[in-house]
Design a protein around this ligand. Structure first.
Ligand SMILES: [Zn+2]
Length: 179
């Protein structure tokens, strides 16, 4: 595998990437791929004790630390938990991160999972992979990254616990051996 391959793992919350594909990322890192990890939110609803911005700061720092362990860049898109929606502005925001990283391979959330943020992330990332190379599709940022030169290869991780929303088991199309 070429050392020039860039991989973007992008999922909804801090810890989703770690649970679902960090072994795969570590294998890709061994193969000298460059890795970027992105979370849609900083996990601001992930505590019953700390207020939103306090827990967000803690979890953002944890995600950064995790990325540092991986030798990866970390990005937080600063959506908020339970507030990721498939709309125009969100699609442009996710497209911008695709353009910043310009990945060859994207790994993201599965289209069907147990909660809304995961499913919205999956859809937005899939759409952004398509939008990123279209130069007339503007992200609206003041200093936007250029359009990419290609649609990246897109992979979905399994849903949590390997089941769809109604509990039926999914059959993985392939498995990455991280043993
Ligand atoms: Zn999650």
């Amino acid at each position: 595998m070429s050392d020039s391959l860039r991989v973007l793992a992008i999922h909804a919350h801090p810890d989703d990437i770690e649970f679902q594909c960090s072994g795969t990322l570590a294998r890709l890192k061994e193969k000298r791929c460059s890795i970027a990890m992105a979370t849609m939110t900083p996990g601001d609803c992930g505590s019953a004790v700390h207020p939103p911005e306090e827990i967000a700061a803690i979890r953002r720092a944890e995600a950064k630390k995790s990325a540092d362990l991986m030798g990866a860049d970390y990005y937080c898109l600063e959506f908020r938990d339970l507030s990721i929606f498939i709309d125009d502005q969100s699609r442009r925001k996710v497209t911008e991160i695709l353009r910043i990283v310009n990945p060859d391979i994207v790994i993201t959330a599965p289209p069907v999972d147990y909660m809304c943020d995961h499913e919205a992330t999956s859809s937005l990332v899939r759409d952004a992979c398509f939008c990123a190379p279209a130069p007339n599709y503007k992200t609206g940022l003041w200093d936007p990254a250029p359009a990419t030169d290609k649609i990246p290869h897109l992979y979905f991780v399994d849903p949590i616990e390997g089941t769809y929303a109604f509990g039926n088991t999914i059959e993985p199309e392939f498995i990455v051996d991280i043993s």
